[in-house]
Ligand binder design. Structure first.
Ligand SMILES: [Zn+2]
Length: 266
C-alpha cells in the first residue's frame, strides 16, 4: 500500500487517459494520491476529479511561485476565499504546492516571499500541513524561517508541519529545516538519476522522515526517465529506497505510507 503525496493528474498530459492512469496506480498498489494545486484555475478541476475518486484522490489548495499573478493580493483572496474553505474544508488535506523558485526567474523574489508567508499563515490558522516547492532557494527559505516565520510561529505557539517536496537541498539544510517545522521529505524519481545526491540525503534523513511522491507528469524515475511520469511508478522509487536502506520494499511502503497518512490525515 503506497501513498503518492504529490501529483498533478489534472495536467494536460493526462487529459486523454486519466482513468487508465488511475487504474494502473490501483493495480500497482497505490492506495491514495494527493493532488498538488498550483493556482486558482486548477483548484476547481482538482476538486472535480477528487470527487470522482473519493477516498482515493485528495485535494490541496495553493499558489505555486511560478503561477503568481501580477496582483498577488487579489489572487490570494480569490483562491483562499471563505467560500472555498467553507465548501471544501472536509476535503482539503494540505496547502500547496507553495514555495520559492529561483531557478528561472529571480525578479519577483519579494512577491514570492510575501505569498509564501501568507499561505503558510493560512495553513497554520486552518491546521493544515504545507507542500513546499523550494527550488534553488533552500538558503532563502531557511533565512525566511529564521526571521519572519520563526517570530510568527513562536508567537502563535504552534509548529509548522509539511513536506519538503522533491527535496534537493543538502543534509545540513535538511537538518536545519527541522528546527523550524515538523517536516517530511518527499522522495521521487530524482532518487534514481545518475549522479543524484538524493540517495546520500535520504540515508542521512532516515526512512522515518521520508514520504513517496511522483510529481507526475514530471520527473519519471529510471527506466522511464524522459517520459511521462505516473503514480504507478512510485513502485520504482519504493524499490530504490528498499535497496538503499536494506529493508524490503513492503517495509518501505508501510513506513512511508504511515508517515504520509499521519501528516496528511489520510
Ligand atoms: Zn509539483
Amino acid at each position: 500500500m503506497i501513498i503518492d503525496t504529490h501529483c498533478h493528474l489534472i495536467d494536460q498530459a493526462f487529459a486523454a487517459d486519466v482513468d487508465a492512469v488511475i487504474q494502473r496506480s490501483i493495480d500497482a498498489d497505490v492506495q491514495k494520491i494527493v493532488l498538488a494545486c498550483c493556482d486558482e484555475t486548477e483548484f476547481p478541476q482538482i476538486i472535480r476529479l477528487c470527487r470522482r475518486y473519493a477516498d482515493f484522490l485528495f485535494p490541496s489548495i495553493g499558489i505555486h511561485p511560478e503561477n503568481m499573478a501580477d496582483d498577488i493580493d487579489t489572487q490570494f483572496k480569490t483562491l483562499f476565499s471563505d467560500e472555498n474553505w467553507t465548501t471544501h474544508k472536509g476535503e482539503i488535506r494540505a496547502v500547496g504546492e507553495i514555495g520559492l523558485d529561483l531557478h528561472w526567474d529571480k525578479s519577483r523574489i519579494d512577491d514570492q516571499r510575501k505569498l509564501l508567508v501568507r499561505q503558510i499563515c493560512w495553513a497554520m490558522e486552518h491546521d493544515l500541513p504545507v507542500l513546499l516547492h523550494i527550488r534553488d532557494a533552500m538558503t532563502e527559505f531557511l533565512e525566511l524561517c529564521r526571521t519572519t516565520l520563526a517570530t510568527m510561529l513562536q508567537s502563535n505557539g504552534k509548529r509548522l508541519r509539511g513536506i519538503l517536496h522533491c527535496y534537493s537541498g543538502t543534509v545540513e539544510q535538511a537538518k536545519e529545516s527541522l528546527l523550524y517545522g515538523d517536516f517530511m521529505f518527499g522522495i521521487g524519481g530524482t532518487l534514481t538519476y545518475k549522479k543524484s545526491t538524493v540517495p546520500d540525503v535520504a540515508r542521512a534523513i532516515g526512512i522515518e522522515r521520508i514520504v513517496l511522491e511522483t510529481d507526475a507528469p514530471y520527473l519519471a524515475p529510471v527506466p522511464h526517465r524522459g517520459h511521462r511520469n505516473e503514480p504507478a511508478y512510485t513502485a520504482v522509487t519504493c524499490q530504490a529506497l528498499s535497496d538503499l536502506f536494506g529493508i524490503s520494499a513492503d517495509e518501505v511502503a508501510r513506513i512511508t505510507t504511515a508517515n504520509a497518512a499521519t501528516l496528511l490525515r489520510l
